[in-house]
Design a protein around this ligand. Structure first.
Ligand code: GLC
Length: 436
C-alpha cells in the first residue's frame, strides 16, 4: 500500500512507514495500559496462518481486555524446538502460550518450563486418549491437544488410477506415472531432511515392514531385520527406483507440498494440513486432482501412520497464566476445531466431534476413516528424553540415506546409542508398556 501511494523508496514511503510504526507502537502501548498483552507462537503452514489470524481477531473482539501478539517461530519442528529451549532456558516469559509438538510435552514438563493445567479443570475425557496421554507427565496434564496429525499418502488421481496395494506396488505406480508423456518429475516426495519429520516418515516405513522403535519391555528394536528392511527400502526408492528425488534429503513438509502442488509428484507423504491449500485453484495446479489414503504396507507388516499433532501449553514464566488459559480454551473449543477442519483440513483432537454432523460437512476425508486413522496411529515414545533419542535416530537415518553408512550399521549404532541413553537416564521402566 505504501508503495502504491508513494512509489518505490520515495521520502513519502519512509514517512508513512515511520508513522505506521509509531501508530503500531502506540496501539501496543495502549493495549498494555488498558489490558493484558498475550504473546503466542503458532504455525502458519498451508492455510493455518490465515485461519489463526481470523480466530485471534475474533478472540480479541470477544475478550476486549486481552490483546494477542503472534511471535513467529521457524516452521520446522526441530528448529522451533531449539528456539523454545533457548527462550525457556533463559526463563523468558514470552510467548505466554506455546504451540508444542506432541513429543515435547514430557520434556518441557519435566524441565519445569510449562504449567500444569489441572487447576483449570479441562474436560480431558472429550479428547482422544492417546493425545491426553502424550500431554501428561507425572500424573498431571500440561498441554491441551489442539489438532491431531496422522501421516497420509497423497495421490494424483489423474496420474495414478488406484490406491497402491503394497509398497512395491506404490513404486510400480509411481514409475508408471513418471514415464507417462508429460508425467511428473518425481514419483514420491517425503520429509527427509535431518529433523523430526524424517523420524515420522521412517516410523511409517518401519511399521509397514512390521518393526517398531521400542518394544513393550522398553527395549530398543532399531537393529531388527524389519528396521533394516524398512531403511533399505527407503534408500532404494532414492537411488535404484529413482522415484524419490535426492532433494527430499533436505526437505521438510512445505518443500514436499510445493512440489506436489506444482504438479511435480505422483505421490506425497504428508500430514492433513496441505489438503485445503492444495485444493485452492489460486495457488495449486492440482486442485481437484488428488486424494488421500493410508501409506501402504509391505508383506508381513501393516499400513502405518505416525501420530503427530500440536498442543497448547502455558509458559511457566508467564505473568498471565489465567489469561493464557482463556486463549487456550478458546482455540481448542469445538467451534474453532470445526473451523480448522473446514479451512485447513486438520483433524480435531476432540473425539466427540467425530459424531457431529458438522465435522463430516467440514472434512474432505470420510469422518470414520479419519477417526480410524487417529485411533490406530503409531505414537512416538512418550518420554522426557525424546529429543535426545530422536536426534540420535535422525543422524543415523540420514547417514544411511546419504550413503555414508549402510542401513544395518547405521541402525545398529542408533540402537546402541539409544539403549545407552535409556540406561543412563534410568528411563527403561517408564518407557515400557508396564509403566503406570
Ligand atoms: C507435524 C506433526 C508433529 C511432527 C512434525 C514433524 O508438525 O504434528 O507431530 O513431529 O510434523 O515434522
Amino acid at each position: 500500500m505504501t508503495r502504491a501511494l508513494c512509489g518505490k523508496r520515495s521520502p513519502c514511503s519512509w514517512l508513512v512507514l515511520g508513522m505506521s510504526l509509531i501508530l503500531l507502537t502506540a496501539c501496543q502501548a495502549n493495549a498494555k495500559e488498558d489490558g493484558t498483552v498475550l504473546t503466542f507462537s503458532g504455525s502458519a503452514l498451508g492455510a493455518e496462518g490465515t485461519l489463526l489470524a481470523l480466530q485471534l481477531e475474533r478472540f480479541m473482539r470477544e475478550n476486549p481486555d486481552l490483546h494477542v501478539r503472534v511471535l513467529r517461530t521457524p516452521e520446522g519442528a526441530t528448529q522451533r524446538h531449539q528456539l523454545y529451549v533457548q527462550w525457556l532456558n533463559a526463563r523468558v516469559g514470552d510467548p505466554d502460550v506455546l504451540q508444542l509438538d506432541v513429543v515435547w510435552t514430557p520434556e518441557f514438563a519435566a524441565a519445569g518450563w510449562i504449567l500444569p493445567l489441572d487447576r483449570f479443570k479441562p474436560a480431558v475425557g472429550d479428547f482422544f486418549p492417546a493425545t491426553i496421554e502424550a500431554n501428561s507427565w507425572a500424573g498431571k496434564l500440561y498441554g491441551l491437544p489442539w489438532f491431531v496429525d496422522v501421516g497420509l499418502l497423497y495421490r494424483r488421481t489423474d496420474l495414478v488410477p488406484r490406491e497402491p496395494r503394497n509398497l512395491d506396488d506404490m513404486v510400480a505406480l509411481a514409475r508408471a506415472a513418471q514415464s507417462r508423456r508429460g508425467g511428473p518429475r518425481y514419483g514420491i516426495v517425503w520429509q527427509g531432511a535431518r529433523y523430526e519429520g524424517l523420524v515420522t516418515t521412517f516410523i511409517e516405513y518401519l511399521g509397514a515392514f512390521g518393526g517398531r522403535i521400542i518394544d513393550d519391555q522398553g527395549k530398543v528394536m532399531l537393529d531388527s531385520p524389519e528396521a533394516v528392511r524398512a531403511l533399505t527400502f527407503m534408500r532404494k526408492t532414492l537411488y535404484d527406483d529413482r522415484i524419490a528425488p535426492l532433494d527430499v534429503l533436505t526437505w521438510h513438509e512445505e518443500e514436499g507440498r510445493f512440489a506436489f502442488q506444482n504438479g511435480n509428484a505422483a505421490f506425497m507423504r504428508n500430514w492433513p494440513y496441505p489438503y485445503a491449500a492444495m485444493n485452492d485453484t489460486a495457488q495449486s495446479r492440482v486442485a481437484g486432482k488428488f486424494t488421500i489414503g493410508p501409506m501402504p504396507a509391505a508383506p508381513g507388516g501393516k499400513s502405518t501412520a505416525a501420530l503427530g499433532g500440536n498442543q497448547l501449553a502455558i509458559n511457566a514464566y508467564t505473568e498471565h497464566a489465567d489469561a493464557a488459559y482463556r486463549l487456550i480454551a478458546y482455540l481448542t473449543a469445538p467451534e474453532q476445531m470445526l473451523e480448522r477442519a473446514a479451512e485447513v483440513g486438520q483433524y480435531p483432537s476432540r473425539r466427540a466431534l467425530f459424531d457431529d454432523g458438522r465435522l463430516s460437512a467440514a472434512l474432505a476425508t470420510p469422518v470414520e476413516q479419519a477417526r480410524r486413522a487417529i485411533e490406530s496411529a503409531t505414537p512416538r515414545p512418550v518420554t522426557p528424553i525424546y529429543t535426545e533419542l530422536s536426534e540420535i535416530l535422525q543422524i543415523e537415518l540420514h547417514r544411511a540415506l546419504v550413503r555414508q553408512a549402510e542401513p544395518e550399521a547405521a541402525l545398529r549404532s542408533a540402537a546402541m546409542r539409544i539403549n545407552a541413553l535409556v540406561e543412563r537416564t534410568g528411563m527403561r521402566e517408564l518407557m515400557s508398556k508396564k509403566a503406570p
